[in-house]
Ligand binder design. Structure first.
Ligand code: RP5
Length: 172
């Protein structure tokens, strides 16, 4: 059985729609991952054993999404030496500012790389960049991905110049 090298964990299944963006990108790059729910508050002991065993299971990076009092990424980072990428989930009451501040304001000694609110895609891309440090094929795939994005933006800029902003907006 192929070992999972990335863990995508989240505090609740209500985070899944956002966190699935990370899974889709890892699928695109053929990187094996485990995706599951681990709650820092509702299943604290599961969180401890998950974080403690992740490296031994072959995981190289942990992506952790949480909303509100978003303690999951920081706690997992405190229980492991693997790189942890936190995804602040947008909340209904405070728009995810609560999640962002909870995740980003880590004390010295326990780092969590924090992406923008709901940007699980960037968490996956950052995980891929970390994995690519020891995988030249993956590095090449990432370079091709960036080239495709670059070409797409140039194409859009050329179209905007050609048709003007009004027609561009109508055709979008
Ligand atoms: C956090 O509480 C989860 O990460 C989720 O974003 C938030 C709300 O959870 P539910 O009440 O929707 O299960 O732990």
């Amino acid at each position: 059985m192929k070992k999972h090298v990335v863990a995508i964990i989240m505090g609740s299944d209500s985070d899944l729609a956002v966190m699935s963006d990370a899974a889709r990108l890892l699928d695109e790059f053929h990187i094996s991952y485990e995706i599951t729910v681990v709650s820092a508050h509702r299943t604290p002991l599961r969180m401890v054993s998950y974080a403690r065993n992740a490296e031994m299971k072959g995981m190289r990076v942990i992506i952790a999404g949480a909303g509100g009092a978003a303690h999951l990424p920081g706690m997992v980072a405190s229980l492991s030496t693997l790189p942890v990428i936190g995804v602040p989930i947008k909340t209904r009451t405070l728009d995810g500012i609560d999640s962002l501040l909870s995740i980003i304001q880590m004390p010295l000694g326990i780092p969590v790389a924090t992406v923008a609110i709901n940007n699980a895609g960037n968490a996956a891309l950052l995980a891929l960049r970390i994995l690519a440090l020891s995988d030249s094929q993956l590095q090449e795939k990432l370079a091709r991905y960036q080239k495709r994005m670059n070409a797409m933006v140039r194409k859009k800029a050329a179209k905007l110049k050609r048709v003007g902003y009004q027609s561009y907006l109508k055709s979008a």
